[in-house]
Design a protein around this ligand. Structure first.
Ligand code: GLA
Length: 751
């Protein structure tokens, strides 16, 4: 049992292998949050809730005139609501039919069920058996008739607790949900930092650590979708927390729309963290009897630094967010033609690349943008999802068959949620584009947004995509999305429901994805949004991998993949070897360096293989072989960041297989000096008592070892073994770089 109710104390305690979470309804039915952190016993922890008369913190009427200490303004709560005496950031804000904002939630009961709840129309983590449990706590506001079900999913073995809320209007008139929080997490202490992941196009998910001082620290998106600018995830940690030590709480929103994370330190140094749909861009009308479900948030706790937060999320996302066949099966190594040809291709050219790819061990060919409608640049054609047979020189089926004939599977690019003004779709349905009547819309990449909040638009997109998928042997789709939403308006809804557009848009996208996966359950969909824009746990429910960034420079990718790894596992990060000099930075790097970085992603290629010489092709063949050999460890293993790209000359990271019998230490120098000082790391995650033998992966410089590096009595000495304990305590040196941007892969195997 993971959820315990103590009748006498009134506490409900959720327990996982290493964590405890507790709440308690007090004497006036306020649902207090009494603890979240390192595992403890089932004691009532409300004794540590601090109550004192503090001026300007008001008291609920039912407390009478003598108790001036009891105040919602100070109490740690499971769900805060705006307008009834709690002046901190609130998780919910609801407007009543009379225009007032007052809603005061009181505990009204709870139930525990086996298995994990699901959320209608929304992505949510799942559990195939009953090892997960669900707690539903019902809260009511008698005066307004608002009822809230707080949902908690407990995954005991994985140290993950999930939250969501269902808001129901049981009152007489309509209500508006103006802020829909999934999580309110109160701490009775302060002194936290908040780590968030900011970025931009081609530079996604860079960690930034900000002290949570008095006032608020917040990040969010009003772009209609999660974006490269701020990722919908965060880590709250102690001021001294490091990769391996100290407390940390991780949060990942299972949602792809507008979001807001807020952390506030209050007047008595308590901390509150809220995650909600961004209220600036949201309002949802509830007629009597209607309900609204907030998206889900994942929470995890570590008393051993960030590394454990990451590994908890990685294990969880790999098995309880990602679904379907591709959750458990190795995904194909792909070649994508985008950086190889851009729009300039025909069927023969693509088949020629696929023929080379097949000889090198690559398994899937992806035809990127430009195969449909009138689309020879990015100014036209979006929405016209009909193959351009004149350009391809054949039908889509014929092309798919020819690609399959080389031995490769066939994949295809779509950007379903946008439309070009120069397209047949726009000419036929200008009203399907999101624009405000009487205003000229904002163009972005010369695209307009299709109004995915409308069901007819969703149905059209599904029908077009499904027709294409039925017409040819297509086993993979790259689902792109290349702009943010503005000019929000939907003609099919009245004025007081316009605030629902962006959430309805995302629900529409989810609906189309779900329908596609229902009809094509084995389809592998890779998410993409101008690179790694919409990279979130919501999209991962439909798209097991997401293109991590349009920046394919392996040195830049060290930063991007390092930041992404705090929350998301390696096997969700789309990463390809591209041409050198790199198209985004003009930097020149070796094929080995590009491959070592891309192997800590889904691994694939994105260049014109026909332009490689024979030596380079042999090198690609070797890399493909190495990836297949190391796949289980690289993609499914535990992940450790050993240095950071920001502060060190060499980025080093390590993956350890689940049985701890194999580890890969990856190192890429991003700064090279003559007579380089050695780079020293301690390995992590190994079994102390196992004996390991180390080898440098063939091709990453074994000749160097003999020429420049003393070989005897080193990590690589023939026949020499080391215990996991030694490698973790005494550590190892990374060989110095032989050239600029040198990469090494050291494999450790139990013998
Ligand atoms: C976006 C994607 C790229 C590529 C182009 C095609 O930028 O991130 O990978 O698919 O669109 O237009």
């Amino acid at each position: 049992m993971a959820i315990y109710y103590d009748h006498n104390a009134g506490t409900i305690t959720l327990t996982t292998r290493n964590t405890s979470y507790q709440m308690k309804a007090d004497e006036i039915a306020t649902l207090l949050h009494t603890y979240y952190g390192e595992k403890t016993d089932l004691s009532d922890m409300s004794y540590a809730v601090h109550m004192m008369n503090r001026g300007l913190s008001g008291n609920p009427y039912e407390k009478g005139q003598t108790d001036r200490a009891y105040s919602l303004d100070q109490l740690p709560q499971e769900m805060s609501c705006f307008g009834t005496g709690d002046y901190r950031a609130s998780a919910l804000k609801i407007t009543n039919e009379d225009g007032t904002w007052a809603v005061r939630l009181k505990y009204a009961g709870h139930k525990v069920t086996k298995g994990k709840y699901s959320l209608p129309g929304l992505p949510a983590s799942y559990c195939e058996n009953e090892s997960a449990e669900t707690l539903t706590v019902t809260m009511k506001d008698e005066e307004s008739g608002v009822t809230i079900d707080l949902l908690y999913g407990v995954f005991p073995d994985l140290d993950i607790i999930t939250r969501a809320a269902r808001i129901e209007n049981n009152g007489p008139g309509a209500k508006y949900v103006n802020k829909a929080g999934s999580m309110n997490l109160d701490f009775v202490t302060g002194d936290f930092d908040l780590i968030t992941f900011y970025g931009k196009w081609a530079r996604e998910r860079i960690p930034e650590r900000t002290p949570v001082n008095h006032g608020k620290v917040s990040v969010g998106s009003v772009r209609g979708a999660s974006s490269p600018h701020y990722n919908p995830s965060a880590i709250l940690c102690g001021r001294n927390t490091t990769e391996d030590a100290g407390e940390a709480y991780g949060f990942a929103y299972v949602y792809s729309g507008d979001f807001l994370f807020e952390a506030e330190k209050d007047q008595i140094n308590q901390t509150r963290v809220i995650c909600s749909i961004h209220p600036d861009d949201f309002s949802w009308k509830l007629e009597p009897g209607e309900a609204f479900c907030t998206p889900e948030i994942l929470m995890t706790y570590s008393n051993a630094g960030f590394s454990r937060i990451s590994n908890n999320f990685h294990d969880f996302i790999r098995k309880h967010i990602v679904r379907g066949k591709w959750r458990d099966v190795r995904r194909p190594i792909l070649i994508n033609n985008w950086e190889g040809t851009y729009f300039n291709f025909n069927g023969d050219k693509l088949v020629a690349i696929a023929e080379d790819a097949a000889k090198l061990g690559i398994e899937l060919f992806v035809m990127d943008d430009g195969w449909f409608g009138k689309r020879d640049d990015d100014n036209s054609g979006l929405g016209d999802w009909f193959p351009n047979e004149a350009k391809l020189g054949c039908t889509l089926k014929e092309l798919g068959d020819r690609i399959n004939g080389t031995g490769l599977k066939f994949g295809i690019w779509f950007e379903p949620e946008t439309v070009s003004e120069d397209s047949d779709l726009y000419r036929a349905h200008p009203d399907w584009a999101m624009t405000i009547p009487g205003r000229k819309p904002d163009r972005s990449r010369n695209e307009l947004i299709l109004n995915m909040a409308r069901e007819d638009v969703q149905d059209y997109i599904f029908d077009r995509m499904a027709d294409v998928l039925r017409s040819a042997p297509i086993s993979y789709v790259k689902w792109d999305y290349n702009r943010s939403i503005c000019d929000k308006y939907i003609a099919t809804l009245p004025a007081d429901r316009q605030g629902e557009i962006t959430h309805r848009f995302i629900l529409g996208t989810y609906r189309v994805l779900e329908k596609l996966l229902t009809e094509f359950p084995d389809l592998l969909i890779e998410g993409c949004s101008s690179g790694g824009g919409r990279f979130d746990a919501g999209m991962l429910y439909y798209t097991p991998q997401i293109w991590c960034s349009d920046d394919t420079d392996p040195i830049e990718r060290l930063y991007i993949q390092h930041g992404t790894s705090f929350i998301y596992p390696v096997n969700t990060m789309g990463a390809h070897v591209s041409a050198s000099p790199n198209h985004q930075t003009r930097r020149t790097t070796s094929l080995a360096t590009r491959a070592v970085t891309a192997m800590s992603g889904t691994f694939g290629y994105e260049l014109d293989l026909n332009k490689l010489d024979d030596t380079e092709k042999e090198e690609v063949k070797r890399e493909v072989r190495v990836f297949k050999e190391l796949y289980e460890t690289l993609e499914q293993g535990d992940y450790y960041r050993l240095t950071t790209p920001d502060s060190d000359t060499c980025t080093v990271w390590e993956q350890v297989s689940k049985d701890k019998k194999k580890a890969v230490v990856n190192a890429v120098y991003h700064y090279v000096r003559a007579n380089h000082a050695p780079v020293y790391v301690r390995l992590k995650g190994l079994n102390d008592d196992m004996q390991y033998r180390a080898r440098l992966v063939e091709g990453h410089g074994e000749q160097y070892l003999s020429r420049f590096f003393k070989h005897e009595n080193t990590l690589f000495e023939e026949g020499r073994t080391f215990s996991g304990r030694t490698l973790a305590t005494r550590g190892i040196f990374i060989p110095a770089p032989l050239s600029e941007y040198q990469a090494w892969q050291i494999v450790l195997e139990e013998i």
